[in-house]
Structures are given as C-alpha cells and as structure tokens.
Design a protein around this ligand. Structure first.
Ligand code: HAM
Length: 418
C-alpha cells in the first residue's frame, strides 16, 4: 500500500456531503453579494507569490511547493489565491469585462507546514476579492459577507477581530516606531524576529515563540500611527459595522502573515475547533495590483479554510439526504423488465439500485437493507403476467401490488413523503 502524502486528505462519502454543503451555501452567499466564480490553474510562476505574497512571509520563505519544471521554469503550487486573482483581474482586463470586478474562487492551496488538526499541506479555500473600490463601505460589506457565510453555515462561538495596518504613507513611521521601541530588546528575540526587525518589523507580531511575547506586548500599536486618511477610513469601517450590527473586537496584533495588506485587516476566529481557530482571514491590499504589473487599483478580500468550516459546522449540517429505491428481480424474464424499471426510475430523477449478481430474493432484500432503500420494487413472473409490481415500504414492511404503468408516480410519492 502506498499511503497518501502527509498533510493531505481523502474526503470520503459520509464527509464529502459536508463539503458539498459548505460549497453550496458559499456559492449562494457569494452570488447574493454579486460575486462571480473564476477557476485558475493550481500551478503558477513562483514569482507571482514571491512578489505578491511577499519575500518576507513564512509562506514564501519556508512553505512553497516550488520546483523547476522540465523546461527550466520556476513553478509553484499556489499557496494562496489572492495573487492568482490579481493576475486574472489584470490579464483579462476584468475592469472592462465586469460592471464591478467581484470574483470568487474555490479550490486547493498548498503550504509545506507542520500538519496538525486544522492545518494541512493541501487544504482548500473559499476566496473572494473585489477590485477598484476604495470606499470603506466595501470593507464593511466584505466583513458582512464573511460574517454571513460563517453564520449561514450554522457555526457558533465566533468572533470577528479587526485592525488597521496603515498604508504606504504611514507604515514607515510605524516601522520606525517599532524598531525604536524594541531598542536593545531585539537581541532577546528569536532568530526569526531578529531577521524580521531588519526586513519587515510588522512581521514581529506574527511571532508565536512564548519567550518573545513579553517584549512584543510592549510594542506600539499600528492604529496609533495611522495617517489622517487611514484613520478616517478605519473609523468609517467601524461605524458601518455598527450599521450592519456585527460585533467585533479590535486587535492591534492582527497584522496577518502576508506582506500585501494595507489599512483594514480581519479574521473570524472560533467555532470550537482547537488551536488552529482562524476560520477565515483577509484585508485590503491597495498596492498589490500595481506591484504585480497592473493598473493602480485597490483591492480587498478574504479566504476561508474549507477544512475549518467543515470542522466548525454543527454535526447535523450537510448530512446526506438520500432516498434510494431498490429493484429486485426473480427469474431471467423478470430481470429484463426490472432493468427497464431501473432505467425509468432513474430517468424520473430517483436514485435507483439493482443487484446484478443474480442472487436469491433474500440476499437481494438484504442488499436493499444495506443500501437503506426506502422502497423496494419486486418483479417476478407472476407480477409480469399481471402487469403489476410488488411495492414494499422498507420502513413498515407493508407490501402492495401497483400497476406497472403508474408505479413511477406511486414510488415518487412514497419517496417524497418519506
Ligand atoms: P490566510 O490567512 O493565509 O490568508 O488563509 C486564509 C484561511 O485559510 C485561514 O484563515 C485558514 O482558515 C485557511 N488556511 C490557511 N492555511 C491553512 C492550512 N495550512 N491548513 C488549513 N487551512 C489553512 C490568505 O490566504 C489570503 N489570500 C486571504 C485574502 C484574500 N486576503 C485578501 N484576500
């Protein structure tokens, strides 16, 4: 046996229905807010993420599944969707093609992380992005969309956490303030943080090393260093959240682990799923489209981890609601009539099964039980001769003879009433 790769998962019947439920609810919610689906390749040029996600992020430095292909090109399995969707926006001029470029993507992402509950090497995201709208009303709309997605899935015990990390104008002053506040203490921090202090001091807030936390707790907060327009933007986002009636908590540590964020950043945490409890995360990225070679357009979006949504959903959500019908045949002649009945049931939109191995009626009915059939239709020579089908209600074991020409309607009614 050659097992699956560590950190990857097969999604089997029994669980796949919960995934289908998440995807169906998500599509309905996204479409209500005006988003259209796009599908992009799983492989992209490595450069898209080293430039987009950012050279100083853990994703680019440690986690990419990157390789040189047979043509000598540096390729990577996508670790996130945002740079791909920015590429799509630019490459296909969505600004011209769509009234408002609002797009979503559902698919697998790949990060070489240490696997644990809720953290995998191949995982799946629902990602939404909107381009070209700077008004803070769109930030609040995105937050409302994220909140609606999670609550429509019946997930409880959740918390929306927000922050503002400023813009290109006010970030340098905040970075300088961080360095000044760290002073000599920088030497006490872990090797990663010492590197972050020189490459991108904001990243220090991502640090999970327990010994570093007392120092990090004393650092200044980005919201205290915002320029006037970032302050006004953030105040308006918060005011709009009040209009939507969405509760939130401000967290100055929420800088998010990707380099492109400007102004609003957010996560929804909770759902009682253990240590990896960020159900979704996102924010504004006003410089990214230009940085990736596009026009100077702003953007905002978020991505939710499907595995985490599935974990956090109530147990009964998305369970299969199948109502199989079983056709049993006694004898060779009846078998042909049974096959025609099987075909008609399926054409009428019902889930129908038959046992092909020509076993006894007893073992056929056992199979019907294992399939959890709601109705069994039994055809033998006698039924054929009289133009009827024996219809057995598998729950009550009640059996009646129904004329063949009305049996489809009869069974459809029984299935609907079950
Ligand atoms: P992210 O915070 O890296 O953001 O990932 C978003 C979500 O994906 C997380 O909150 C989590 O639910 C899920 N996730 C991330 N890594 C893993 C993993 N290894 N295993 C399982 N689930 C995981 C982004 O990816 C940004 N592109 C979000 C965004 C969109 N920002 C703006 N637009």
């Amino acid at each position: 046996m050659i097992p699956a790769i560590r950190g990857t998962h097969d999604i089997l019947p029994g669980e796949v229905e919960r995934w289908q439920h998440v995807e169906a609810v998500a599509r309905r919610v996204f479409e209500r807010y005006g988003y259209a689906e796009v599908r992009t390749p799983v492989i992209e040029k490595e450069e898209l993420f080293s430039k987009g996600t950012g050279e100083t992020t853990d994703i680019v430095q440690k986690e990419m599944y990157a390789f040189t292909d047979k043509g000598g090109e540096r390729i990577t399995l996508r670790p996130e969707a945002t740079p791909s969707l920015v590429r799509v926006f630019v490459e296909h001029s969505l600004e011209q093609a769509m009234a408002v470029p609002k797009i979503y993507l559902i698919g697998p992402m790949f990060r070489y992380e240490r696997p644990q509950k809720g953290r995998y090497r191949q995982f799946h995201q629902l990602d939404v992005e909107v381009f070209g709208v700077s008004d803070p009303a769109i930030d609040a709309e995105i937050l409302d969309l994220a909140w609606t997605l999670v609550t429509d899935l019946g997930i409880s015990g959740i918390e929306l956490v927000i922050n503002s990390v400023g813009c290109a104008a006010c970030r340098p002053a905040f970075s300088a303030a961080l360095i000044a506040a760290l002073g000599e203490d920088v030497a006490k921090l872990c090797a990663d943080c010492q590197r972050r202090a020189t490459t991108n001091p904001l990243r220090i807030f991502d640090c999970k090393v327990p010994q570093d936390q007392p120092v990090i707790d004393t650092l200044p907060h980005s919201v205290d260093y915002l320029c006037a327009s970032c302050t006004q933007h953030f105040d308006t986002v918060v005011k709009h959240l009040g209009v939507y009636g969405i509760p939130y908590r401000l967290s100055h540590r929420l800088v998010r682990g990707l380099d492109y964020y400007t102004r609003t950043t957010f996560e929804i945490l909770g759902g009682n799923i253990g240590a990896q409890n960020a159900i979704l995360g996102g924010g504004r990225y006003d410089g990214l489209v230009k940085q990736l070679g596009g026009p100077d357009r702003v953007g905002i979006g978020f991505a939710a981890g499907i595995e985490r949504l599935v974990l956090a959903m109530p147990e009964q959500a998305g369970t299969a609601n199948r109502k199989p019908v079983f056709v049993a045949a006694m004898g060779e002649t009846a078998r042909d009539a049974a096959l025609a009945l099987l075909r008609d049931l399926r054409r009428a939109g019902l889930e129908a099964h038959m046992e092909y191995e020509g076993r006894s009626i007893k073992s056929q009915m056992k199979r019907a039980d294992r399939l959890k059939a709601v109705v069994a239709l039994i055809l033998g020579d006698n039924e054929l001769a009289s133009g009827v089908v024996a219809v057995k209600n598998m729950k009550t074991s009640e059996q009646t003879l129904v004329p063949r020409d009305v049996v489809l309607e009869h069974v459809a009614r029984m299935v609907a009433l079950d």
